[in-house]
Write a protein that binds this ligand. Sequence first.
Ligand code: GLU
Length: 378
Amino acid sequence: MKSKDLRSSLVKKARRIIVKIGSSVLVEKGVGLDLVSFSKLAKQISQLHSDSRQIILVTSGAIAAGMEKLEFRKRPDDIPHIQAAAAVGQTHLMKIYQDCFANYRKRVAQVLLTHDDLGNRRRYLNARNTLSTLLNLDFIPIVNENDTVAVEEIKFGDNDNLSALVTSLVSADLLIILSDIEGLYDHDPKTGEQARLIHLVKNIDREIVDCATETNNPLCVGGMASKIEAARKAVRFGVSTVVANGRAEGILNRILDGEVVGTLFLPLADRLSSRKQWIAYGLKPVGRIVVDEGARKAIVSGGKSLLPTGIIDVSGDFERGDAVSCFESQGLEFARGLVNYNCHELRRIQGKKSREIEGIIGYKYSDEIIHRDDLVIL
Ligand code: GLU
């Protein structure tokens, strides 16, 4: 299939769509919200909604909106002021969305999340039910990170990441990430050199990761690197992802018409099951297990479980059932999973045979430290 036809077939059949709007699309040079941009996006989203698509917005801009209200000339450096700005700005942001969408007789609902909400399976399912119910009631849910309470340990980090996780949460068909750049270039367009826009990414390999340039806009948390990271997750969930310029005229309609704009990341064929999506990305790993080359190969190429014998180092403080990261000896994370032993038990049995476990700690839950059903290769 030609790449234009492939794109067209992928986007046209998308019914449930996540649209992530970055601060750079919503903020006018420096501070100040760009109301024209809000209203243009609301118009396009409303049209898509009327065309029987379900849309969830993941929006940034709360902190920027708060800065405007509080008359801060630059983004504060301390967390209490950032969180206060988010609190002031979030209501303002929602009011603008509400008014813009009301022009098209569309109703919106606010959903604020922290990473912690997704880490707990019950809360994860609860968030999923709420979002599905809102969609079924014909609302347009507007999601943001709950910035006023999020501390480092429970943060998504940036809204690109949040949008990828929401994609998984509601089993969306398409993720669209809008910022102020056209898409992914083969190198930084700001260097002045001729940079080529990459329209199609089949595989997010090292070469693609190296194309990412960082943002120098203090209001934008993630640069292209965080967009590629979000796309990497979404395509693993089996979801096509488009990164495009949210300020380009009619951008959403153009994307959904199959026009070759922005960068399309193709979904992977071997999509993760919903439970494995949650293990890999819904949970935050609380420990690290370093394994030898034999164990890495057995897991990655042989589809095997992690046994104690291949473990060479254990760090972090974790309980049985927690999520941990698996690293190879060069320090590269290659898998995540739910561990069957706590950190103290694991330190005593690392490097030993499974049949020795009981003799060392006095009992045995299982031969495997992480069973392959609870293990996800990254
Ligand atoms: N949650 C932040 C805000 O609303 C934005 C984070 C981001 O852009 O990644 O201001």
